[in-house]
Design a protein around this ligand. Structure first.
Ligand code: NAG
Length: 152
């Protein structure tokens, strides 16, 4: 009886610990599939169809379509999420930076904050802002044909 009681407390405690640990990092991160993401950017976030293959190529090389990706640059700054948005566009813990956003929100499965900021960066700097685009996507022959692959 005592062993059983200990057991249930143990598992309850462990479960609670894992829940808290998971929650404190990111509420809901996600690794997207290519066509799923292309469709979402087009339908829910107002991305231009004509630029979509550039975005998908860029995202595959910047974040591997994973919203939880955080990278540290040689100068010590960090890039956040699917779009690998640099820390000067946001602030940790509260809204701030060029996009007046919370960096942690760039890691969410809900792409609202990240997509808004990324579109703003693209509108001002162009795709060349992203090293992954410069290296792999600048040559249009490398862009995925979303019409053929995804029917978009
Ligand atoms: C640090 O490096 C990143 C990536 O190269 C760049 O976007 C950012 O502007 C740099 N930050 C500073 C403070 O130099």
């Amino acid at each position: 009886m005592r062993a059983a009681l200990f057991g249930s407390w143990f598992w309850l405690g462990l479960g609670l610990l894992l829940l808290l640990a998971g929650d404190s990092v990111v509420v809901s991160a996600k690794r997207f599939l290519r066509c799923e993401l292309a469709r979402k950017l087009l339908d829910q976030h107002g991305f231009e169809r004509s630029l979509l293959s550039n975005w998908i190529c860029l995202l595959e090389h910047e974040s591997d379509l994973d919203t939880s990706r955080i990278a540290t640059n040689p100068n010590g700054s960090r890039n956040y999420g699917l779009f690998q948005i640099n820390g000067r566009f946001c602030q940790e813990g509260r809204r701030g930076g060029i996009c007046n956003a919370k960096c942690e929100d760039f890691l969410e499965e809900n792409l609202r904050e990240a997509a808004t900021c990324a579109k703003r960066i693209q509108a001002t700097d162009g795709f060349r802002h992203w090293a992954g685009w410069q290296r792999y996507c600048r040559n249009t022959q490398n862009l995925p044909n979303l019409k053929v692959i995804c029917g978009i």
